[in-house]
Design a protein around this ligand. Structure first.
Ligand code: ARG
Length: 402
């Protein structure tokens, strides 16, 4: 008896996930492997990937176009949450995992598979995100993770694949490990493993080097409806068009690069380079619009919620009771978050230079220092007396006067 009969394998087309196909069948006694490749806008042809899976022994090779779903159900809620792990990483890779888990579970249920599988190793965050998300969606499905057990080096993995007719990578394989989708690219390993080494320019694809950015600033106006980005420069766009166009605009000004020493859930510190042009600017713009449209207490309270939210997403708890509860809070706050943010892009910087909203709580005749001032200055005196009373009492006590 094998570990499972029929398995749906998350498939990227790389050597490791391809080797998983014969490995599952030969070593773990799986009878049938169905591969599933998720199109999340990574800009890669998925047709050859499909053929590769079939040639390597898959009985069926599924390709799911999930880019729109990725944006509306995963990325946009994260923007509403201003989600930045450790205050910097906008979770571009992490957000894709619960969606891929969902696609795996849906396919397993549809095709009557008793297990799903993925190609993650035992060192990263992604294995946690897959395993926990799958368990949350269907706790009766087994999760098989060959790379966590097979103990093969890269050379051995390639050699194993060759035994089953899987060609070794033609071009000298890049030293980097890269994950990409429509939101951005995550790049690690190779020379980047030395935290002192500056990332070489060759690793970037979505953002230009400052030396090659335009010499004139460019302005872009981003419109939000209830916390969701809907327009660019006044044009209503589909989620995919909006993100693609904004990636292009922001990237050509060299904005969106992050070089981060990050704390993984599994206890390891790692160095990752990200380029997430649109997503970074959207979080910044959205946060600014909230400052205009939410009250002081909601704004400040939400900042704490956002940090917890980001940690949950990073740590694989997208489908969890706490995350659902935070979602409800965040959704409630977004009712008023509609308006437009004006961003100036120039030489690696994106600066918010203007904001407006029908729901703005900014009150010019209270804020102004001009003649129209409606603020009751005399009211401040009594307020400060009461506000400062505990401090006054404390000070007198210290001085022996009370
Ligand atoms: N550190 C990021 C995360 O945990 C990205 C992980 C994948 N990175 C990669 N270069 N393959 O979400």
């Amino acid at each position: 008896m094998g570990r499972a009969t029929k398995v749906v394998l998350a498939y990227s087309g790389g050597v490791d996930t391809t080797v998983c196909i014969p490995y599952l069948k030969e070593e773990w006694g799986v009878e049938e492997v169905i591969t599933l490749a998720a199109d999340l806008g990574q800009g890669e042809e998925l047709k050859p990937i499909q053929e590769k899976a079939l040639k390597s022994g898959a009985s069926q090779s599924l390709v799911e176009d999930a880019t729109e779903r990725f944006l509306t159900d995963y990325a946009f809620p994260a923007i509403q949450a201003n989600a930045l792990y450790e205050n910097r990483y906008p979770l571009s890779t992490a957000l894709a995992r619960p969606l891929i888990a969902q696609l795996l579970v849906e396919a397993a249920e549809k095709y009557g598979a008793d297990a799903v599988a993925h190609g993650c190793t035992g060192k990263g965050n992604d294995q946690v995100r897959f395993d926990v998300s799958i368990a949350a969606l269907n706790p009766n499905i087994k999760v098989l993770v060959p790379a966590r057990e097979w103990n093969m080096s890269r050379e051995e993995t390639i050699a194993y694949g060759e035994r089953f007719g899987i060609p070794s990578p033609v071009k000298k394989s890049s030293p980097y490990s890269i994950d990409r989708n429509i939101l951005g690219r995550s790049i690690e390993a190779g020379p980047l493993e030395d935290p002192w080494t500056e990332p070489p320019e060759e690793i970037y694809l979505m953002t230009r080097a400052i030396a090659n950015t335009p010499d004139e600033p460019e302005y872009v106006e981003i419109g939000f409806t209830k916390g969701i980005p809907t327009t660019l420069n006044g044009n209503m766009l589909s989620p995919i068009d909006l993100i693609s166009q904004l990636n292009e605009i922001v990237g050509r000004h060299g904005v969106g690069r992050i070089d981060l020493m990050e704390n993984r859930l599994v206890g390891i510190k790692s160095r990752e380079i990200y380029e997430t042009p649109a997503l970074l600017v959207l979080v910044d713009a959205h946060r600014d619009l909230e400052s205009l449209t939410l009250t002081k207490d909601v704004t400040q309270y939400k900042r704490g919620i956002e940090q917890t939210y980001s940690e949950l997403v990073y740590n694989g708890l997208w489908y969890s009771p706490l995350k659902s509860a935070l979602d409800a809070f965040i959704q409630q706050t977004q009712e008023q978050v509609s308006g437009t943010i004006r961003v100036k892009l120039f030489k690696g910087q994106a600066k918010i230079v203007g904001r407006k909203s029908e729901n703005s709580l900014y009150t010019p005749d209270l804020a102004t220092y001009g003649a129209e001032d409606k603020f009751d200055h005399k009211a401040a005196e009594g307020f400060i007396y009461v506000w400062g009373l505990p401090t006054r009492i404390w000070s007198k006590k210290l001085r022996g006067e009370a």
